[in-house]
Design a protein around this ligand. Sequence first.
Ligand code: BEZ
Ligand code: FE
Length: 277
Amino acid sequence: MSYFTEAASVQTVNARMGEATDARLAEVMACLVKHLHAFAKEIGLTQQEWEAGIDFLTRTGQICSGERQEFILLSDVLGFSMLVDAINNRRPTGATENTVFGPFHVEGAPIREMGECISLDGKGESCLFEGRVLDLDGNPVEGATVDVWSDNADGFYDVQQPDIQPKWNNRGRFVTGPDGRYSFVGIKPVSYPIPDDGPVGQMLGKLGRHPYRPAHMHYLVTAPGCQKLVTHTFVGGDTYLGSDAVFGVKDSLIAPYERIDGDTVWRSPFDFILVPA
Ligand code: BEZ
Ligand code: FE
């Protein structure tokens, strides 16, 4: 047994762990304590800074509700969500890359016919999204569910404006047939700020960072025998591509947008390549 000292702080704390502790939990906690203590030592954390940190985390917890998850937002803006996503979704070349899930997905969006329109509020620039769901060998994936969601032309998801936007605005699920094709009409998405009226927004302000995400369409693609794909396609040329507040942009996810139908409609083609489960 040894009492706590600055020099042996990590060993002292980690030695307290019970013998029967779950092996993975023990590994995770020991490593967390090691890095947390190293952080405080390296930075020479003051009492005042520790208190500010506790206060920040307290406010982060207090603003959380059924509709608001400020801790995930914190993880997002620290690049931590993207790091965990990268570690857990290392894919072979050619496979579509994952990106951050975000807080605005809603389970159970309506299953729609191919080609159907998901924009229900009549706002925004019409855009045809189409492509194929393929496996790594280029074969079409039948029975894939392509679950899509985006903000409206004002930069808000339907769930952020339940009294203003129609339910399921800019959302839908499409199930592929034998050709693996999907298509739907939505709007060309616009860039928007992540919720920045809480402690995470205040932190971004103090760090001289803006809260904007570049315009994107969200996709959750699932198919029997394939790994789940959580991704977006981004609008090329967006002002915020290089400074996404949550670090979600990847080169391979920037989709083409071209004008069709006498320039009245946009078209954004994109194929999704899935890997075996
Ligand atoms: C989103 O793209 O919907 C999103 C992702 C992370 C944080 C906030 C919003
Ligand atoms: Fe989004």
